[in-house]
Design a protein around this ligand. Structure first.
Ligand SMILES: *[C@@H]1O[C@H](CO)[C@@H](O)[C@H](O)[C@H]1NC(C)=O
Ligand SMILES: *[C@@H]1O[C@H](CO)[C@@H](O)[C@H](O)[C@H]1NC(C)=O
Ligand SMILES: *[C@@H]1O[C@H](CO)[C@@H](O)[C@H](O)[C@H]1NC(C)=O
Ligand SMILES: *[C@@H]1O[C@H](CO)[C@@H](O)[C@H](O)[C@H]1NC(C)=O
Ligand SMILES: *[C@@H]1O[C@H](CO)[C@@H](O)[C@H](O)[C@H]1NC(C)=O
Ligand SMILES: *[C@@H]1O[C@H](CO)[C@@H](O)[C@H](O)[C@H]1NC(C)=O
Ligand SMILES: *[C@@H]1O[C@H](CO)[C@@H](O)[C@H](O)[C@H]1NC(C)=O
Ligand SMILES: *[C@@H]1O[C@H](CO)[C@@H](O)[C@H](O)[C@H]1NC(C)=O
Ligand SMILES: *[C@@H]1O[C@H](CO)[C@@H](O)[C@H](O)[C@H]1NC(C)=O
Ligand SMILES: *[C@@H]1O[C@H](CO)[C@@H](O)[C@H](O)[C@H]1NC(C)=O
Length: 777
C-alpha cells in the first residue's frame, strides 16, 4: 500500500468502509446471489417473470426446514428482477436457502455477487491532460446519440453539462432523471438527460451502510470525469491549478449523457451493475461506456459479458476498459468478443517543475515531472541535502527544513514519497527512471522528479559545494513531448483469459493524465494541511481511455445509423494509428519503450476521423458469437446464461470469429481455428483463418493485401486481391500462418493491410504460445 499516502481522505475512508463491510459479511453468512432462470419453465399462472421469482423465493423462504440458528436474521428478499439483460433475479440468501432454491423448477445456475472497482489506477492523486479532442469541429457530431455510463454519478452543475445550443432530446428516449438527496430532477437538461441510481445490492450485502446522499449525485468524481470525457460540452479556460490550461471538451460534445450510478463510495456490486445496464437498455441508450470490470471470471460468470450481450442484440455499442494490471501479460479483463476493449496510452504533454541549482549565481536549471498545485516562492533559495534511498524517517525529520534529494532503488519510489510526506520536508527531489512515476508524482509537498542523468548533476553539485542551495518553480505544461502516444505501463495486457481466441485489447485511447470535469465539492487533491478543490481534475487509467472510445462510437453511430456494433468496432480498430509522433511504431512504457505488441496496444491508437470512413468492415452478429461460444465447448446451460435462449444452435461451432485481428497459438497445446493444423515439433505448423469483409467505401474498387512480416513465420493471404463491384458487397479471404512450434514463451507479431487507392485497412497478427505463458508471468 505504498500509494495510500497521497490518497485524499475520501479514498482512505472508502477502503476502511469496504473492509468493514467484508467483516460483517463474513459474520453474517448470507450473501447476494445472481440467479439465472429458464423462462420456459415458468408456469402459465404467472403474468410476469417478477411474480414468478417472488413466488419461487417465497416458497424457499417459508420452508420450515430452513430455520437457521440466526433467529435475528430478517427475511431474505428479492433485490432485483432483471428484464432485458438476463432471465433471472438477485436475492440475499443464506447458504441453505440457496441450496433449496437450486431445486426449484426453472433454476439454471447462480453466482455469488461480486464486488467491483472502477478502473482508475489511483484515482484522485493522478493528474491528466486535455485530450486532443479540441481538434474536433464544433459540429453537430453526436447530437442524436445517447451515451449511457455505469459509474459513480454526475455533478450536474458542472459547466461541462451545459446544454446551450443543443437540440431537443430524441423522442425515443424513455429514461428518467430521478430526484433524490441533493438531486432535483430539474437539474437534468438537454445534455444530461438521464440520472438513476442503483444500490439495493450494496444495501442487501451491507445492511449497516447508511447512504447519506442517496441519489445520482457524484460524491467521488470518477463518473463526472468519465461522462464529460465522452460527451462533455465545450468549456474554455479549464485547468488543474494552472496545469493543462485550455479548453475542455468531450469526444462527442453534443451527444447526450445518461448516468446510471452503481458505484458507491461504500463499495459496488455486480447485482447493481447488472440492474444499471438493464435499465440503460430499456431506456434506449445507443452507446454504453463501462470503466470497470471483473477479473478472472469465465464469460458465463462475467456480469458484464452477460449483460452486454443483450445490449449488442439491440444494436447498442459497448465500450469497456481493459483494466490497470499491466504490464504483465494476460492481466486484462473485459476480454469479451462482443464489446470493444480499450487500452490506455499517454498524450504528448508533460507537467514540469524547474529545479535551479544556486551555483554562484550561475544557476543550472533542471526540468522534471511535477504537478505540485500550491503557491511556492520560486525566487527563494533553500539548502539542499542528498539522503540516498531516503529510508530513515528520524534522519529525514532532522533535515526537514531543506530540499531533500532521494535516489530510487528497486521500486521504492512510493515508499520514498511516503516517508518525505511524513517527515514534512520543505521539498523533495526524486531521482528515478521508474515507469511508475505517473503513480507518485502528485505529492502534497513541493517536489520534482528527475531522471538519473540529471540526478548525477544534482548529486555532483551537492558533493562539491559546502553549502548547496536551490530553488523550485512549478506550473509548467510542456506540449509536443516525444514519443507519444505510448502504451502506459499500468494498462492491462492480453491475451484475454476468458476468450483467448479473440485478440484483446482492441485499441488504445488516451488514458494518462486526462483533464475532465470534477465535482466542485469533492477534493481534487490536497496539500499538507488542506484539501484543494477544482472544477477539473487530471486522472489516469483505462477508466479514462474507455469513454474516449465511447465518444468515438457515438460519432460513428450518428454518421452511419445502419452499422452494427461490430461494424463500428471494426472501423475503429482497422483505422487506428500504429505510428507515434516520432514516426516510429508506438512504444510500450511497460517494456522499456520497445515497440508495443498488439497484446498491449491492440491494433493502434484510436483515430476518429479515419474511423468515420474505413473502406472495409468486418461484421459479426449474435449468431457468430453463439458459434464461438459453442466452440469453446460451453454447455447449453452455460450458453443460455449469456444468450437468454434455451435453444442455442450449435450446429456450426467456430472459434474463427469474423474479427478484424488475428491471434494464433503455436505452442501446440492450444486449440486452433484450423482444420489443417498439425502437431509435431519437427514439422511446420499451420493455422488458418477465414474472414469476410464488407465494402463500405467506394462502390467499384480493388484492394490488395500486403503483409508486414511476423518474425519467424510465413503468412499468406488467399486471394491477395479483392475486386469489389459495388458498395455493401461482401468478399472472403483466408489468412494462413506457417512456422515451427514455439518452444519458449514468446510473442511475434505483424500486420495484414488491405489497400486500395484511398483506404488502408489494417489488422494485427499475433503469434504466441498458449495462455499458460501468461499465467506463468
Ligand atoms: C450493525 O451495527 C450494529 C451496531 O453498530 C451491530 O451491533 C450489528 O451487529 C451490525 N449488523 C450487521 C448486520 O452488520
Ligand atoms: C426542484 O426544482 C424545481 C424548479 O427549480 C422547484 O420548483 C422544486 O421545488 C424543486 N424540488 C425540490 C424537492 O427541491
Ligand atoms: C434511496 O432512494 C430510493 C428512491 O429514490 C428509495 O427507494 C430508497 O429506499 C432509498 N434508500 C435509502 C437507503 O435511503
Ligand atoms: C500557471 O501558468 C499559466 C500559464 O502560464 C498561467 O496562466 C496561470 O495563471 C498559472 N497558474 C498558477 C496557479 O500559477
Ligand atoms: C495561490 O495564490 C492564488 C492567488 O493568490 C490563490 O487564488 C490560490 O488559491 C493559491 N493557491 C493555493 C493552493 O493556495
Ligand atoms: C536491489 O536490487 C539489486 C539487484 O537487483 C540487489 O542486489 C539489491 O540487494 C537490492 N537492494 C534492495 C535494497 O533490495
Ligand atoms: C472442445 O472439445 C473438442 C473435442 O473434445 C476439442 O478438440 C477442442 O480442443 C475443445 N475446444 C476448446 C476450446 O477447448
Ligand atoms: C458450464 O458451467 C458450469 C457452472 O455452471 C461449469 O462448472 C462448467 O465448467 C461450464 N462448462 C464449461 C465448458 O466451461
Ligand atoms: C442451425 O444453423 C444452421 C446453419 O448454421 C441451419 O442450417 C439450421 O437450420 C439451424 N438449426 C436450427 C434448429 O435453427
Ligand atoms: C522469439 O521468437 C523470435 C522469432 O521467432 C526468435 O527470434 C526469438 O529468439 C524467440 N525468443 C525466445 C525467447 O524464444
Amino acid at each position: 500500500m505504498t500509494a495510500t499516502h497521497i490518497c485524499v481522505c475520501l479514498w482512505l475512508s472508502t477502503i476502511a468502509i469496504i473492509l468493514h463491510a467484508v467483516f460483517f459479511t463474513l459474520a453474517d453468512q448470507s450473501d447476494n446471489y445472481i440467479i439465472h432462470m429458464d423462462v420456459l419453465a415458468m408456469p402459465k399462472a404467472f403474468s410476469t417473470q417478477h411474480n414468478w421469482y417472488l413466488s419461487t423465493l417465497a416458497s424457499v423462504l417459508n420452508n420450515p426446514h430452513l430455520v437457521t440458528a440466526n433467529l435475528n436474521s430478517s427475511p431474505s428478499k428479492l433485490i432485483y428482477t432483471y428484464t432485458d439483460v438476463m432471465n433471472g433475479f438477485s436475492a440475499h440468501l443464506t447458504p441453505s436457502q440457496l441450496e433449496a432454491l437450486k431445486t426449484s423448477p426453472g433454476y439454471i445456475s447462480s453466482f455469488r455477487d461480486l464486488p467491483v472497482k472502477p478502473d482508475t489506477t489511483h484515482s484522485p492523486q493522478f493528474l491528466g491532460l486535455n485530450p486532443k479532442v479540441g481538434a474536433w469541429p464544433a459540429s453537430n457530431y453526436g447530437s442524436d446519440i445517447i451515451i449511457g455510463l455505469v459509474d459513480t454519478g454526475v455533478w450536474p452543475e458542472s459547466e461541462s453539462f451545459r446544454d446551450q445550443g443543443m437540440s431537443e432530446i430524441p423522442s425515443r428516449w424513455k429514461g428518467r432523471c430521478e430526484s433524490g438527496t441533493q438531486f432535483n430532477s430539474s437539474l437534468c437538461n438537454k445534455k444530461l438527460i438521464g440520472a438513476r441510481s442503483f444500490n439495493k445490492g450494496l444495501l442487501a450485502e451491507n445492511r449497516n451502510v447508511t447512504i447519506a446522499v442517496n441519489s445520482t449525485r457524484d460524491m467521488d468524481g470518477h463518473g463526472t470525469h468519465t461522462s464529460t470525457t465522452a460527451a462533455g460540452s465545450h468549456v474554455g479556460g479549464a485547468s488543474y491549478f494552472g496545469y493543462a490550461i485550455g479548453s475542455a471538451i468531450g469526444v462527442a460534445p453534443k451527444a447526450r449523457v445518461a448516468m446510471y450510478k452503481a458505484l458507491w463510495e461504500f463499495g459496488a456490486y455486480a447485482s447493481d451493475v447488472i440492474a444499471a445496464i438493464d435499465s440503460a437498455i430499456t431506456d434506449g441508450v445507443d452507446v454504453i461506456s463501462l470503466s470497470l470490470g471483473f477479473d478472472d471470471v469465465a464469460l458465463y460468470e462475467d456480469p458484464i459479458a452477460i449483460a452486454t450481450f443483450a445490449a449488442i442484440e439491440r444494436g447498442i455499442f459497448v465500450s469497456t476498459s481493459a483494466g490497470n494490471k499491466g504490464p504483465s501479460l494476460a492481466t486484462l479483463h473485459n476480454g469479451t468478443p462482443w464489446v470493444i476493449t480499450v487500452a490506455a496510452g499517454t498524450l504528448d504533454r508533460e507537467f514540469h517543475g524547474t529545479l535551479t541549482l544556486c551555483n554562484n549565481n550561475n544557476g543550472v536549471r533542471l526540468h522534471g515531472l511535477s504537478l505540485y498545485p500550491g503557491n511556492f516562492s520560486a525566487s527563494h533559495n533553500f539548502p539542499m541535502v542528498f539522503m540516498g534511498t531516503c529510508d530513515n524517517l528520524k534522519k529525514l525529520i532532522r533535515v526537514r527544513n531543506k530540499f531533500v534529494v532521494c535516489e530510487e532503488k528497486n521500486g521504492t519510489l512510493g515508499d520514498q514519497v511516503d516517508i518525505l510526506d511524513r517527515a514534512k520536508v520543505l521539498g523533495g527531489v526524486f531521482i528515478s527512471d521508474s515507469p511508475e512515476v505517473t503513480f507518485y508524482f502528485q505529492t502534497r509537498f513541493p517536489s520534482i522528479f528527475i531522471n538519473p542523468e540529471k540526478g548525477k548533476i544534482v548529486k555532483d553539485y551537492i558533493m562539491k559545494n559546502s553549502n548547496p542551495k536551490a530553488s523550485m518553480a512549478f506550473n509548467m505544461t510542456v506540449l509536443g513531448t516525444k514519443p507519444a502516444p505510448s502504451v502506459d505501463s499500468y494498462s492491462s495486457r492480453g491475451p484475454s483469459q476468458s476468450c483467448p481466441f479473440v485478440l484483446k485489447p482492441d485499441v488504445m485511447a488516451p488514458g494518462t493524465l486526462i483533464l475532465a470535469a470534477w465535482p466542485q465539492k469533492v477534493p481534487a487533491t490536497g496539500l499538507e494541511s488542506k484539501s484543494l478543490f477544482s472544477n477539473f481534475n487530471l486522472l489516469s487509467g483505462t477508466s479514462m481511455s474507455c469513454p474516449h472510445v465511447a465518444g468515438v462510437a457515438a460519432l460513428l453511430k450518428e454518421a452511419h445509423r445502419d452499422w452494427s456494433p461490430a461494424a463500428i468496432r471494426s472501423a475503429i480498430i482497422t483505422t487506428s494509428d500504429i505510428l507515434d509522433n516520432t514516426l516510429g511504431l508506438i512504444k510500450d512504457i511497460g517494456d522499456d519503450y520497445k515497440s508495443a505488441s498488439p497484446l498491449a496496444l491492440g491494433t493502434g491508437h484510436v483515430n476518429p476521423n479515419r474511423a468515420l470512413d474505413p473502406g472495409l468492415v468486418y461484421d459479426a452478429g449474435t449468431e457468430d458469437y453463439v458459434n464461438l461460444l459453442c466452440a469453446l465447448n460451453f454447455t447449453q446451460r452455460n450458453i443460455s446464461i449469456i444468450t437468454r435462449s434455451s435453444s442455442n444452435n450449435c450446429s456450426n461451432p467456430s472459434l474463427d470469429l469474423n474479427y478484424p485481428s488475428f491471434i494464433a497459438f503455436f505452442d501446440g497445446g492450444g486449440v486452433t481455428s484450423s482444420s489443417s493444423s498439425t502437431r509435431d515439433k519437427s514439422k511446420t505448423v499451420v493455422r488458418e483463418f477465414k474472414r469476410t469483409v464488407t465494402n463500405v467505401g467506394e462502390g467499384k474498387t480493388t484492394y490488395e493485401a500486403s503483409i508486414t512480416a511476423v518474425k519467424g513465420f510465413r503468412v499468406y493471404v488467399i486471394p491477395n486481391k479483392l475486386v469489389f463491384k459495388e458498395k455493401k458487397q461482401k468478399l472472403s479471404y483466408k489468412l494462413r500462418i506457417e512456422g515451427p512450434e514455439m518452444i519458449k514463451e514468446n510473442v511475434s507479431f505483424g500486420y495484414l493491410v488491405w489497400k486500395d487507392l484511398k483506404y488502408v485497412v489494417r489488422s494485427p497478427i499475433v503469434v504466441t504460445t498458449h495462455v499458460q505463458l501468461a499465467r506463468a508471468n
